[in-house]
Design a protein around this ligand. Structure first.
Ligand SMILES: Cc1cc2nc3c(=O)[nH]c(=O)nc-3n(C[C@H](O)[C@H](O)[C@H](O)COP(=O)(O)O)c2cc1C
Length: 200
């Protein structure tokens, strides 16, 4: 089957919550990671490390962290949700960023460099028909995940990304965005695009 075009992929990519447990090949994972590391990064530092988790026990432990972090005031996630049946998700990719020495606090360009790579990863997965979701869990207690995965000091977890074939009805596509004229100015803040340009 022909691969989708870039614009087909961008349109279809969306955050998936429900996954089939069908396996994802290592070849596909490698292809996705090769796309991730093509991303731009500040000063070309490429400050990323990806942990690819397939081990059921590690996934089960992540699921346990979700249960511990679940606020009692909120309804539990629905059956099949990746935070509830975490060990059933075929692969979890944890994107870590090397924060550097940080003598003057957070080096924003360096830290931010992880997200173009993550976006490449999400798009590459969608191009292969695979679902993902960019999540940043356990922000109040990041040590839970760093200890579990043995992530050394100086690195931060920037994203935890489930990866697998989307389960119906959580298929790729169908996410809604307003017209770009709603979020675009011409030449100067406040100048709305000319009439008729709203459809662009
Ligand atoms: C920086 C960032 C953090 C996010 N964190 C979470 C998260 O912790 N949990 C989650 O389920 N989704 C998270 N998302 C996914 C968004 O909720 C999702 O992309 C958005 O609602 C748009 O939905 P769509 O992907 O279906 O178009 C995050 C997205 C971004 C860009």
């Amino acid at each position: 089957m022909a691969e989708p075009t870039f614009f087909d992929v961008v349109r279809s990519q969306r955050g998936v919550r429900l996954y089939r447990s069908d396996p994802v090949s290592q070849e596909d994972v490698d292809r996705i990671l090769r796309a991730a590391v093509r991303a731009p990064s500040a000063a070309n530092r490429q400050p990323w490390v990806f942990i690819v988790i397939r081990d059921r026990e590690v996934k089960r432990s992540i699921g346990e962290l979700y249960r511990q972090a679940q606020s009692p005031d909120r309804p539990p996630p629905p059956p099949g949700h990746f935070t509830r049946e975490t060990e059933e998700v075929p692969v979890i990719i944890v994107a870590c960023v090397d924060l550097g020495d940080r003598p003057n606090g957070l080096d924003l360009p360096r830290a931010a460099s992880i997200y173009p790579a993550v976006q490449n990863l999400l798009l590459a997965a969608a191009a292969l028909g695979l679902g993902t979701r960019l999540t940043i869990p356990f922000q109040n207690s990041p040590e839970l995940l760093t200890e579990l995965l043995g992530i050394p000091e100086g690195y931060a977890v920037a994203a935890l990304i489930p990866l697998g074939y989307p389960a119906e009805p959580d298929h790729l596509g169908g996410s809604i965005r307003p017209p770009i004229a709603d979020v675009t100015f011409d030449d100067h803040w406040g100048n709305r695009p000319a009439a008729g340009a709203g459809a662009r």
